[in-house]
Design a protein around this ligand. Structure first.
Ligand code: NAP
Length: 256
């Protein structure tokens, strides 16, 4: 029997982890797709496709033309357009699909969270009095802060924010996670941060800032996720591997 062809929509550590696990599995051909946003993407363990497909129809054609058997949407929980496209493309092409989505963070005792529905709402929630804000939303939406130029912003992103923010008081850090608790506490103290704006991304790699805020009694304006995916969803790489075994039983069970 021909190899099982799997397209993984990536841009997350889970996508990379799943690609790594499947790359060592006989009978599978894996292609990992990245949007191409980061200047220096992490190295990947399987062949990579860079760039968009041209919407849901384009992705459906790509799946059909490439004779794929399975689509795994392992994109970031806040990458909503590609996830909607993935659902629609699976429907249009009739190809099996599921989402790999890490669980969101849950507020703990001593967390001071304001839960917002969007980054603009989180920025507004900072109030009119000038504050010292750690803006940890990533560079794509950092410009939302320009509506509140009274605050100081410490902006952390993988690639530079271009153009720079049109606010008088801003500093930039270029860094890729994972981040650890001690360095996050030191960062927040060094910049005398009194509020954090962050997405509820979930996962361990960027959780340290949430824990650091808890330790230091700092408010977190946290942006909630949009609706959960409509397709079947698993939370971990191991669960994804289990789902794949279920969909495509190992060769001996298939009688190959
Ligand atoms: P988005 O708004 O949901 O997607 C915008 C467009 O980018 C999509 O319509 C698609 O273009 C293309 N695209 C997105 N992900 C792709 C992928 N994995 N492979 C091929 N094309 C892709 O996405 P975004 O929020 O800009 O995020 C872009 C990428 O960065 C995602 O892959 C995501 O996993 C990763 N990421 C996002 C965040 C975040 O906070 N949003 C954080 C960390 C990593 P076409 O319609 O032309 O196919």
């Amino acid at each position: 029997m021909a190899n099982i062809r799997v397209l993984i929509l990536g841009g997350t550590s889970e996508a990379r982890g799943l690609a790594q696990a499947l790359s060592g599995k006989a009978g599978f051909d894996i292609l990992l797709s990245l949007a191409g946003r980061t200047e220096k993407p992490s190295s990947q363990p399987v062949p990579v496709h860079i760039g968009g497909f041209g919407g849901a129809e384009g992705l459906a054609s790509f799946l059909r033309d490439g004779k794929f058997h399975l689509l795994v949407d392992a994109t970031h929980p806040f990458a909503t357009r590609i996830s909607a496209n993935a659902e629609e493309a699976a429907r249009l092409s009739g190809i099996a699909a599921f989402a790999l989505r890490r669980p969101e963070w849950v507020q703990q005792p001593n967390d001071h969270w304001f839960v917002a529905n969007s980054i603009p709402q989180a920025i507004t929630a900072l109030g009119s009095v000038p504050r010292r804000v750690f803006l940890a939303t990533g560079r794509q939406e950092a410009h939302c802060a320009e509506v509140a130029p009274q605050h100081f912003y410490l902006v952390r992103s993988v690639d530079p924010v271009t153009p720079p923010l049109d606010v008088p008081n801003v500093e930039y850090i270029l860094e890729r996670g994972p981040f650890d608790l001690d360095s996050e506490i030191a960062l927040l103290k060094r910049h005398r941060i009194d509020a954090i704006v962050a997405k509820n991304s979930g996962g361990a790699a960027t959780y340290a800032k949430i824990e650091a805020a808890r330790r230091l009694g700092i408010e977190v304006c946290i942006v909630a996720r949009a609706a959960a995916p409509a397709v079947m969803t698993v939370e971990t790489v191991d669960e994804a591997l289990g789902a794949i075994d279920h969909l495509f039983p190992p060769a001996m069970e298939r009688g190959v």
